[in-house]
Design a protein around this ligand. Structure first.
Ligand SMILES: [Mg+2]
Length: 241
């Protein structure tokens, strides 16, 4: 149990609010499955054209942008290689956006997440997200979860434009943006190195253990929970024995 007397909870996503396998077992296969139909239907749209141009640029072959068959082959090749190339990420993001908006994709959150968001915000806490996924992707994700639209609970979205997740300065920057003292903010994550960086910046920390996460070799003194139900924020503990 973590009893936190501060007023801000900052949440990691993958491995904390949501299953790490969701991206690999659901999102990536979805983009692969929908690729051909998506390109056929959306080929001429401006954001798809921009992604095509970027994929061609990444490949160093300008002619790729205008050839649907060869472009699709290049995208499959990049997916097979688990590439992080910008053009591929752009196109995957567009395919996912369509899936989320159509309701054919729903983001995974662990069952205790909606209840915790409700309880913390009802107690007057502010809840924010700090994820390596872009702010745009975070909003798409939490706006379309299996538990419905959770965006109304979230008051801050931070991504790697604040800095890398394992660096102290990123947490200092987030705390400054929030206009709080570091000790008023609790950061919850499944990765001890991220928690170390947050603690170095003066934040309170909690290690979240979820099914499917990589084993944590050393919690390094961070209190651990297996559910957000074990995290009490802004609530006065009961008197008595
Ligand atoms: Mg994580």
């Amino acid at each position: 149990m973590i009893q936190f007397s501060g007023s801000v909870v900052l949440l990691d996503v993958e491995g904390t609010t949501s299953s790490v396998s969701y991206v690999y077992d659901v999102l990536f296969p979805y983009a692969r499955r929908e690729l051909t139909a998506f390109l056929a239907a959306r080929w001429d749209e401006a954001d798809v054209a921009a992604a095509r141009a970027r994929i061609a640029q990444d490949a160093g072959d300008p002619s790729l942008a205008g050839d649907r068959g060869r472009l699709a082959s290049e995208v499959i090749r990049l997916m097979d290689a688990d590439s992080k190339a910008t053009g591929l990420k752009e196109l995957q993001g567009l395919i996912w956006r369509e899936g989320f908006r159509a309701g054919t994709l729903q983001a995974h959150v662990f069952a205790d997440v909606p209840e915790a968001l409700d309880r913390w915000t009802a107690a007057g806490a502010v809840v924010g997200i700090y994820s390596s996924g872009s702010v745009t992707a975070q909003k798409l994700f939490f706006g379309h979860t299996e538990a419905g639209d959770l965006l109304p609970y979230l008051r801050g979205h931070f991504d790697t434009t604040m800095g890398p997740k394992r660096e102290r300065g990123s947490y200092a920057a987030i705390v400054q943006t929030l206009g709080r003292r570091p000790a008023e903010v609790l950061f919850l994550s499944d990765v001890a190195a991220e928690l170390d960086a947050a603690r170095d910046a003066g934040l309170a920390t909690g290690l979240v253990l979820r099914p499917g996460n990589a084993p944590v070799a050393d919690a390094n003194g961070h209190p651990a929970v297996t559910s957000l139900a074990e995290v009490r924020v802004g609530e006065v503990p009961p008197f008595g024995p």
